[in-house]
Design a protein around this ligand. Structure first.
Ligand SMILES: Cc1ncc(COP(=O)(O)O)c(C=O)c1O
Length: 384
């Protein structure tokens, strides 16, 4: 069955965070990571059926839902887990806050690589922990982890590390050797590894595959994996995520930190997640195919402009762009004035970069690319 990713759907007046940001209606919003596509028809149908029932009482996950999570992880990542390892969460960002508080004491440092999705930087701080950063570096034009920098950043007190795989914003799909090195590093320093794998359903390079960090040798006991159907199936407004935690001590520490504070998941979040993981595969394959062409379009559009360097996106629907040499004080602001709302790299711990969300119908992407090109052409600089 063909799926429609080409139609433009008006999202004004839907209380959309993405579309409500800019007062100028001519600005195309390409910042926060949600998609301008309808979710999969099977999910919409499941939600319509649930809404039709009309009673929205307190809801808990069923055995069938937990089994579906297990089957999904086995089917897509060859990862065999137990139902008991699942901890349901109302959002993945809540999970980042929970683990920062559960595994580090007040005042202790929580390391992560930068650039990084902004809540990795804010979650420890909001819990009165310290955020420790170690920069990723570039090797052969790819972003890689710098274990010397990580080693230098942590202290003897450090107990937990936040990791993003695939990586937002660089779009890296970490390979087995890189993950092995990371796990060795965590073993050596006795760290809990929190692996945010929310983008694992969005692999753009056909020759790459996502490897869950926990499936690397002897990693399961030290890993907390954070997952959600919300990124791949465009459901972030429904609030549903989950952690996979094999180690019962770590699981209990998380549950203790959550008790009485973290709200349970709502009925619609569970309903959508169940339908997505069980029946969403065909739609997901079509989506990734569409997004891959969008990615290729973005990556082939700016070769002429040496101040606008587009990084290759292996996974995610996000492009990471180096504009450090652009002699413009505030590039995000500059492009907004020219009609495209891009995410400022400063929020990711990387001033001088921009993040572009290309998950929109191709006609919209084409007009955004035209606006960006026009803005570059009109910059008062020597651009070629
Ligand atoms: C790496 C990463 N983690 C978490 C989230 C947000 O997850 P949630 O909406 O479940 O809090 C995002 C959203 O863009 C993300 O990119």
């Amino acid at each position: 069955m063909p799926f429609d990713f080409e139609s433009t759907i008006n999202r004004q007046n839907t209380w959309s965070t993405k579309w409500g940001k800019y007062s100028n209606p001519d600005v195309i919003p390409m910042w926060v990571a949600d998609m301008d596509f309808e979710t999969a028809p099977v999910i919409k149908e499941a939600l319509l059926n649930r809404v039709q029932h009309g009673i929205f009482g307190y809801t808990k996950p069923t055995r069938e839902l937990n089994q579906t999570v297990c089957q999904y992880l086995k089917r897509d990542f060859e990862w065999a887990i137990d139902e008991d390892w699942i901890v349901w969460l109302p959002s993945l960002v809540v999970g980042l806050s929970v683990v920062s508080r559960a595994f580090a004491n007040t005042g202790e440092g929580v390391p992560t690589n930068v650039p990084i999705y902004p809540p990795f930087l804010s979650a420890p701080r909001l819990g009165e922990r310290e955020t420790i950063t170690a920069p990723l570096t570039k090797s052969k034009n790819r972003w890689v982890m710098d274990f010397d920098a990580l080693e230098g950043a942590i202290t003897a007190q450090t107990r937990v590390m936040l990791f993003c795989s695939p990586h937002n914003p660089t779009g890296r799909v970490w390979d087995k050797e890189e993950l092995k090195e990371l796990i060795s590093f965590c073993h050596k320093h006795n760290l809990v590894l929190v692996s945010d794998e929310i983008h694992s359903g969005l692999i753009m390079d056909a020759d790459k595959k996502h490897i869950p960090s926990a499936t690397i040798n002897e990693a399961e006991d030290l890993t907390v994996t954070l997952l959600s159907a919300s990124k791949t199936f465009n459901l972030p407004g429904l609030g549903c995520a989950f952690a996979i935690v094999k180690n019962p001590t770590l699981r209990k520490q998380m549950q203790k930190t959550m008790a009485g504070i973290v709200h349970h998941v709502g009925a619609l979040g569970y309903t959508a997640t169940f339908a997505a993981l069980k029946d969403g595969r065909d739609w997901q394959i079509a989506l990734v195919d569409y997004l891959r062409k969008n990615r290729d379009l973005v990556e082939s559009s700016f070769h002429d402009y040496r101040f606008f360097n587009v990084n290759h996106t292996e996974a995610t629907y996000l492009s990471w762009i180096d504009v450090r040499d652009m002699p413009i004080e505030n590039p995000a602001n500059y492009f907004e004035q020219h009609g495209v709302g891009l995410y400022d790299g400063a929020d990711f711990g990387a001033p001088g970069f921009l993040r572009v969300n290309f998950a929109c119908p191709r006609p919209v992407l084409k007009s955004a690319i035209d606006k960006i090109t026009d803005a570059i052409e009109h910059a008062d600089i020597e651009i070629r």
